[in-house]
Each structure stands twice: as structure tokens, then as C-alpha cells.
Design a protein around this ligand. Structure first.
Ligand SMILES: CC(=O)SCCNC(=O)CCNC(=O)[C@H](O)C(C)(C)COP(=O)(O)OP(=O)(O)OC[C@H]1O[C@@H](n2cnc3c(N)ncnc32)[C@H](O)[C@@H]1OP(=O)(O)O
Ligand SMILES: O=C([O-])CC(=O)C(=O)O
Length: 375
């Protein structure tokens, strides 16, 4: 028998390239964006500062931040063609499908580098495209949620920061500061996570020298899946099914007997708990108090406890984010688009990093089909 290559299903444990954007360390249970611990960024930075850091490698000074905010705020409004596309999409379609289609349409209005060697000006224009997407995704998500309720869209406000404006465009009022703060933290925590499935998807697209919008469209498709970003909305579906804390244990027994995966638990990299969960759980606690929903917290705790007892598996970021977005007032199917609005920073940074030191991503496979035969 010939030697067979070792196959690492799902590329588990395989290091495929270097990156300067973030590091996920399972031993120390830490996540650093460009060297800064994410929990420290969440404690003291705006999402705009963190986005700038992810793209530029350094936090902005006051002047740089001012210039960045000016560009971002000036590009928030949706073109009528994008609004018309959202209006024309069937409401039976998932908000991630609408987001994916809207980004695809936005791509048709951008100029793309022609095929061939990339030039420095292409990198500059990819950065400009990234900032435009960052500015416009909130408007798409907010427009879509309102459209599904038959409500008129709310134009962006240039006097508000990213997080406040996102909530303003969705709800037509500014919630209490603790709500804006919890939302801001969630955006920072979701922004970047090294070679996760959707980011790797974007890098595969980048590696063929395709355009940035194609990379983001593909990444949105990868994020939608239940094993990735789709888990945050699935957490709320789980809570709705369980009903109340006293049913959590029995529900879990039944689900595990059916070999179901429990959404919001487990992680490919962190086997000892997700580094971001304590920060997001603290944000959820403030929301629970603000909205007076101890019942939701009791259910959250009961399922986490039962999962620890039965499987010793800990929550990932999607577990506290799902109920947090529910309390803020987002519709459950809108949770994953919120994740996408945050992660577009990481996707685009990786897209540009991949093209900067590119090698076509094209692994090998071991053929196990029928041996050669005659037609
Ligand atoms: C922000 C994010 O995208 S984080 C991920 C969000 N996704 C989810 O929450 C979906 C639920 N979680 C999962 O499906 C998994 O934990 C994943 C996909 C995230 C990671 O999976 P992998 O690294 O491939 O681990 P794998 O699925 O092999 O699990 C290892 C073992 O733990 C079990 N396990 C892992 N996660 C779960 C879970 N959520 N529920 C039940 N069992 C689980 C598996 O059944 C497996 O058990 P076995 O060895 O007895 O077969
Ligand atoms: O890293 C992963 O595998 C999943 C992910 O995107 C995250 O946890 O933020």
C-alpha cells in the first residue's frame, strides 16, 4: 500500500499563513487586535477607533480619528438603487440574503482593478471601499429590519457616532446610554477573529485576485451558517423552545439524546471558554437590569450550567450576544447581519493583507472515488 497523506478535516490545527491583524491564543485564552487585548479596547474605545486600528495597525490620534469619522459619516446614506433592492426583496428571504445581495449590488458601482498585477493605487481604493462598506452596512441592516415591519426608513445622522447612529436608524430613537454602550462593545468584540471560516473565505477569494466586494459577499455567505455566525440567532430560537429556566436541563437532555449541537456553545479554537464572553456577558447583565428581564438571565444561566455539567462545553460569543440583541430590540434574524456589520472590518483587512503577500489558495485532496475505468 502507498503512504497516504494525513488529512486534517476542516483544516483543524493547520497553520496556513501569517497575519499581523489579530492573534487568538487558546493557551492564554486571549484575543489581541494588532497587539491590544480586545477587552481593553471594548472598555475604552469607540468602534470607529477599533476599525481604524484593524485597518491601519495603530490606534488613530485625534486628528486621524476626526478625519476618519468625517469620511465614514459622509458615506452612511444608501443610494436609491440599494434602497429599491431592499424594498423589492421578498420578506420571506433571510436578512443575511438581503445583506449579501445589497453588498453585491454595491460592488457593481465600484471600479475594480483590471485583471493583472495589482498596483499601489488598487490598495488605496480597496481601503476606501472597505470604509464605504463599514459606513453603509448599518443602513442596509436597519432599513431591512424596518421594511419587514412596514416602517419607513430613517436617514442616518452625521452628528452621531457609529453605534448610536446604527440604533437611531433602526429604532428611530436613541436608547439609554447603557444600551448604546452594550451595542458598541458587541461590535468591537465581533470585529475580528483571525482565520475563522468567513474570513478565510474572503482570503480565498482575495487569493484569486478577485475584487473586495466579491470577497465580502462570499464571507457573508460563510458567516450565515449555523456553525458560524448563524449561531447567535439560533441561541434565541433555543431560548424560545426551552421557555423558562426550569425546563433547561430536561430540554438539554433531550437535545443531546438527539445528538443536536447546542447553539452558542463550543469553539474550534477556544476549548476552555471564549476570551470575549466575560466582556459580552457583563454587557448582557447591564441590559438585563435595564430592561428588567431576570427571567432571561435565569434561562441563560440554567442552560450554561446544564451544558457545563453534561458536556463541559463553554459558551462562545454568540451565546451572550443573541439575548443582548434581543433585549435591544433587534429581530432575531437580524442578529447575524449585525455580526457581519462588525466583521466587515476584519474581512476587508484580511482581504488586503492576503493580496499584499499573495499566493493562490489551492489545497490538495485525496481522491477516494472509483478507480480509472472505461466509458
Ligand atoms: C462566533 C462564532 O462563530 S463561534 C461558533 C458558533 N457556532 C456555534 O455555536 C454552533 C455550535 N457549536 C459547534 O457546532 C462546534 O462547537 C463548533 C462548530 C463551533 C466547533 O466545532 P469543532 O471544533 O469542529 O468541534 P467538534 O464539532 O468536533 O466538537 C468536539 C466534540 O464536542 C462536541 N460539541 C462541540 N460543540 C458542541 C455543541 N455546541 N453542542 C453539543 N456538542 C458539542 C461535539 O459533538 C464533539 O463531541 P464528540 O467528540 O463526542 O463527537
Ligand atoms: O474563530 C472562529 O472560528 C469563529 C469566529 O469567527 C469567532 O469566534 O469570532
Amino acid at each position: 500500500m502507498t503512504d497516504q497523506p494525513e488529512i486534517k478535516k476542516g483544516l483543524a490545527g493547520v497553520v496556513v499563513d501569517t497575519t499581523e491583524i489579530s492573534s487568538v491564543n487558546q493557551e492564554t485564552n486571549s484575543l489581541l487586535y494588532r497587539g491590544y487585548p480586545v477587552q481593553e479596547l471594548a472598555a475604552s474605545c469607540s468602534f470607529e477607533q477599533v476599525a481604524y486600528l484593524i485597518w491601519h495597525g495603530e490606534l488613530p490620534n485625534d486628528e486621524e480619528l476626526g478625519a476618519f469619522e468625517e469620511i465614514e459619516r459622509a458615506q452612511r446614506a444608501l443610494a436609491p438603487e440599494i434602497a429599491a433592492m431592499i424594498e423589492s426583496a421578498p420578506v420571506s428571504g433571510h436578512p443575511m440574503d438581503v445583506l449579501r445581495s445589497a453588498v453585491s449590488l454595491l460592488g457593481t458601482y465600484e471600479t475594480h482593478a483590471s485583471f493583472g498585477t495589482r498596483r499601489p493605487e488598487d490598495e488605496r481604493s480597496d481601503y476606501a471601499k472597505s470604509v464605504r462598506l463599514f459606513a453603509q452596512l448599518p443602513a442596509i441592516v436597519a432599513y431591512d429590519q424596518r421594511h419587514r415591519h412596514g416602517m419607513d426608513p430613517i436617514p442616518p445622522r452625521a452628528d452621531l457616532d457609529y453605534s448610536s447612529n446604527f440604533l437611531w436608524m433602526t429604532f428611530g430613537e436613541l436608547p439609554d446610554a447603557v444600551v448604546i454602550d452594550a451595542f458598541r462593545r458587541s461590535m468591537i468584540l465581533y470585529a475580528e477573529h483571525s482565520f475563522n471560516a468567513s474570513t478565510f473565505t474572503a482570503r480565498v477569494v482575495a487569493s484569486t485576485l478577485s475584487d473586495l466586494h466579491s470577497g465580502v459577499v462570499a464571507a457573508i455567505g460563510a458567516l450565515k451558517g449555523l456553525l458560524h455566525g448563524g449561531a447567535n440567532e439560533a441561541v434565541m430560537a433555543t431560548f424560545a423552545e426551552i421557555g423558562s429556566a426550569d425546563h433547561a436541563e430536561a430540554w438539554l437532555e433531550d437535545a443531546l439524546a438527539r445528538k443536536a449541537k447546542i447553539m452558542g456553545f463550543g469553539h474550534r479554537v477556544y476549548k476552555n471558554g471564549d476570551s470575549r464572553v466575560p466582556t459580552m456577558k457583563a454587557a448582557l447583565d447591564t441590559l438585563v437590569e435595564h430592561y428588567n428581564r431576570p427571567d432571561l438571565l435565569a434561562l441563560y444561566d440554567a442552560l450554561e450550567h446544564a451544558m457545563a455539567e453534561r458536556k463541559n462545553i463553554k459558551p462562545n460569543l454568540d451565546y451572550p450576544s443573541g439575548p443582548a440583541y434581543h433585549l435591544i430590540g433587534f429581530d432575531t434574524p437580524t442578529f447575524t447581519p449585525l455580526f457581519a456589520a462588525a466583521r466587515v472590518t476584519g474581512w476587508t483587512a484580511h482581504f488586503m493583507e492576503q493580496q499584499h503577500a499573495n499566493s493562490l489558495i489551492r489545497p490538495l485532496s485525496l481522491y477516494t472515488g472509483p478507480a480509472q475505468r472505461e466509458v
